[in-house]
Design a protein around this ligand. Structure first.
Ligand code: SF4
Length: 275
């Protein structure tokens, strides 16, 4: 899929009330990682693009300058700033624009805690800034250990091995890494394998959430299920779309995940909720 790139100017860098009700920064609109379940695809309506999610990126070329002004006036020092709630700040175009790096240079100088959200190995490019600023932590998404499922559902993000390597190298350098184990896929995500592995690699905490099937978020997953996993399709859909099955599955998974996280001394937050 070719990607249409457009440079735009932004009026604001920090926005409120998105992930966890905290502050967020998104240097790009759109994301070429093109995850089939991406919840941020609704952002397309704020652009002029007509292509599918993953086929366009708007580059907020002035975002670092805008942010530098905003942080001077920032009063809420206790709010966490999430970098990449509706785009991956380390998608491939970041190699050229370096907006995320410029943003980190500014955020390293303020008191607020900062969490970078990514599925990309490119985060290691900025290890020098990240490890020098204890207020900056990194949330890396790994929601399963099945290469084929990951390649089909997160086609342009870094491979599983590269993400696991990023977790290790960040952790080895003293960076606070949270593993985002979401969405938690029925029949695919496996707590018994995943949690001890990321603990071994140095992760300090976990987060997980159920699959969001709102609006058109599930259409791409449905296509993959029908094409590559026709037997799994009805079983997964039964859990995700039938209220009783959903509740039973996620209650049971939560209990198991809590136990395994506790055995591995990893704090965990859950967002298992039917949309
Ligand atoms: S990396 Fe994140 S923002 Fe980008 S497509 Fe995937 S889920 Fe969406």
């Amino acid at each position: 899929m070719s990607v249409v790139i457009k440079e735009v100017k932004c009026a604001h860098a920090l926005t409120r009330g998105s992930f966890n009700g905290e502050l967020s920064i998104n240097p790009y609109i759109g994301c070429s990682h093109a995850c089939v379940y991406c919840y941020a695809r609704f952002m397309k309506r704020f652009t002029t693009h007509e292509g599918d999610w993953g086929s366009f990126i708007d580059i907020k070329t002035n975002i670092a300058d805008v942010l530098a002004d905003e942080v001077k006036k920032l009063r809420s020092k206790d709010k966490v700033i999430y970098l990449g709630t509706a785009t991956d700040p380390y998608q491939p175009i970041e190699k050229f624009y370096k907006l995320t790096r410029k943003i980190l240079e500014i955020l390293g100088g303020i008191e607020n805690k900062v969490r970078i959200m990514t599925k990309s190995h490119l985060v290691l490019r900025d290890l020098d800034i990240i490890k020098a600023n204890p207020n900056i932590g990194v949330n890396v998404t790994v929601n399963n250990l099945n290469e084929k499922w990951t390649m089909l559902t997160e086609p342009k993000a870094s491979s599983l091995n590269k993400r696991l390597d990023a977790i290790k190298r960040l952790s080895d350098n003293g960076v606070d890494v949270c593993v985002m184990m979401g969405p938690w896929w029925p029949y695919v995500s496996d707590a018994e394998k995943l949690i001890p592995l990321v603990k071994h690699l140095g992760a300090r905490s976990l987060f997980t959430e159920s699959v969001n099937t709102k609006r058109d978020n599930f259409n791409g997953v449905e296509r993959i299920l029908q094409k590559f996993y026709p037997k799994l399709a009805p079983k997964m859909k039964n859990i995700l779309f039938e209220e009783d099955s959903f509740n039973k599955f996620y209650e049971s998974e939560e209990k198991k995940i809590r136990e395994i996280a506790a055995q591995n001394s990893l704090p965990i937050d859950f967002k298992f909720k039917r949309d």
